[in-house]
Design a protein around this ligand. Structure first.
Ligand SMILES: *Cc1c(COP(=O)(O)O)cnc(C)c1O
Length: 380
C-alpha cells in the first residue's frame, strides 16, 4: 500500500491539522553525523505532531511542528498519577530505498486498548496512522540506510490537566515523535541470559499488564536491576498468583521451540496479564505460513527447566519491536541455572528473524499487507 504525499493533506483522519515545518532544517552532513551512532531514544527527528483533547470538545489543535520541549504545569496529572500510555513500532527502509511503517494500524488499535484501560481517550485509528504518515513524510531523510538501523516511532498519550484531584483527566495531550534506533542489543544475535523473578511481579489479573502504560515500565525497573546484579541481561516475569507460569520479559514476549524434524513453537497464551506483542503476533502468522506448528498455551517453569535440560526444548527467543528476535542462551532461577540447546543461536530463531526482517524491509513478499509505504513530502 502506498500513501499519497502527505503535504497535500490538511487533515489526519477527519481532524484538521496545522502543518508548520521547521524554518531551520539541519544540513545533510549534520543529520548524517547525528545518525551515525544513534543508540536508542536519543537522536530524535526534526518534527513532532501534537493533538490536544478535552472532555468537553474532544480531539483538537492537531499540529505538526519542529521537535522540541513541552511546557508542563507542575500539577500535570500524568507526572503524579501515571495516567500515560505509549506505543512503539518501526519504519524501515527497503533495499529499493522505499520507506514503510510496519503494521501501524495494529499499534493504533493497541494504543486505543491501552488508553481505555487507563481512562484516557481513544484516538481514532485513522488519525493515529495518518499522523504517522505526515511525520514520516516530513522526516523521510531520518529513515536510516544503515542495515539494522530504523526510524522508531513513539506515540505518547498522557493526562495533561493541571489539577491533582484523583479522577480521569479532563485534558490530555497526544505527542508523536520519532527517533533513530540502532539494533537494540548491540551484540546482535548473541544470546542473552535471563533471570527469573520470583519476588517481583509485573502484572496481576485485573491489572494493567495488557496495556502499554508508563507505570508497567516503572514497576519493572527494580526487577531488571536485580537481574543485572545476578549477572543476567533480562528478567523473566511469572504469573502473580502461582508464580509458576511463564509470562514475558519486561518489554518482550517469549517463544519456545520444541525442535526435531517438525519443530513446534510454543508461546504463553494472552491471559490479560501479558502485553499482546505485535512482533509475537507477526511471528505466529509467519511461522504458520512456513508450515510450523504454533501453540498458544500456559508454560510452567518446571516444563521450561526439565525440557531444556532433556533437550526437548531446543531454542527460546524473546521478541519485540526494538530487538526483533533475540535468542535466550542461559536461564537462572534461584541457585539453578541451565542453558538452552548449546547456548547459541538456533536455526528456527535465525530463520524466523531473517524472514520477519525480510518482510519488514520489503525484500520478501508481504501477503498480509503489513508494510505501509510512505512517500516523502514533495520539495521544490
Ligand atoms: C511493547 C512490549 C512488548 C512487545 O510488543 P511489540 O508490539 O512486539 O513491540 C512485549 N512486552 C511488553 C511488556 C511490552 O511493553
Amino acid at each position: 500500500m502506498t500513501v499519497p504525499a502527505a503535504d497535500a493533506r490538511s487533515r489526519v483522519g477527519d481532524l484538521p491539522i496545522e502543518v508548520v515545518p521547521t524554518t531551520a532544517p539541519l544540513a545533510d552532513a549534520e543529520r548524517a553525523r547525528r545518525m551515525r551512532e544513534p543508540g536508542f531514544g536519543r537522536v530524535f527527528s526534526e518534527h513532532m505532531v501534537t493533538i490536544r483533547w478535552t472532555r468537553a470538545d474532544g480531539w483538537q489543535d492537531a499540529r505538526l511542528g519542529p521537535y522540541g520541549p513541552l511546557v508542563l504545569d507542575p500539577a500535570t496529572v500524568a507526572l503524579h498519577y501515571g495516567q500515560s500510555v505509549f506505543e512503539g513500532f518501526k519504519v524501515y527502509r527497503g533495499a529499493d530505498g522505499s520507506v514503510a511503517a510496519f503494521r501501524p494500524e495494529a499499534n493504533a488499535e493497541r494504543f486505543r486498548a491501552s488508553a481505555r484501560r487507563l481512562c484516557l481517550p481513544e484516538l481514532p485509528v485513522a488519525v493515529f496512522v495518518e499522523a504517522v504518515d505526515l511525520l514520516v513524510a516530513h522526516d523521510h531523510a531520518w529513515v536510516p540506510t544503515t542495515p539494522g538501523h530504523t526510524l522508531y516511532i513513539r506515540p505518547l498519550l498522557f493526562a495533561s490537566e493541571p489539577e491533582l484531584v484523583v479522577r480521569p483527566s479532563e485534558e490530555c495531550l497526544f505527542v508523536l515523535t520519532a527517533f533513530v534506533a540502532a539494533d537494540y542489543f548491540p551484540r546482535g544475535l548473541t544470546p542473552v541470559s535471563v533471570w527469573v523473578a520470583d519476588e517481583f511481579v509485573r502484572a496481576a489479573p485485573g491489572g494493567t499488564g495488557a496495556a502499554k502504560c508508563a507505570a508497567n515500565y516503572a514497576a519493572g525497573l527494580a526487577a531488571q536491576a536485580a537481574a543485572a546484579e545476578q549477572g543476567c541481561d533480562q528478567v523473566v516475569f511469572l504469573d502473580a498468583v502461582e508464580r509458576r507460569w511463564v509470562e514475558e520479559l519486561g518489554g518482550m514476549n517469549l517463544v519456545f521451540v520444541r525442535g526435531g524434524e517438525h519443530p513446534t513453537l510454543v508461546t504463553p497464551e494472552l491471559t490479560g496479564t501479558l502485553l499482546p506483542g505485535i512482533t509475537r503476533d507477526s511471528l505466529i502468522t509467519l511461522a504458520r505460513d512456513l508450515g510450523l506448528e504454533v501453540e498458544e498455551r500456559r508454560i510452567s517453569m518446571e516444563e521450561w527447566e526439565a525440557d531444556a535440560r532433556s533437550g526437548a526444548i531446543t531454542e527460546v527467543f524473546a521478541c519485540g519491536t526494538a530487538a526483533v528476535l533475540t535468542p535466550v542462551g542461559r536461564v537462572r532461577r534461584g541457585g539453578a541455572e541451565w542453558t538452552i540447546g548449546d547456548g547459541g543461536t538456533g536455526p528456527v530463531t535465525t530463520a524466523l528473524r531473517e524472514r520477519l526482517i525480510a518482510v519488514q524491509t520489503g525484500s520478501a513478499p508481504d501477503p498480509h499487507g503489513w508494510r505501509r509505504e510512505i512517500a516523502p513530502i514533495a520539495t521544490g
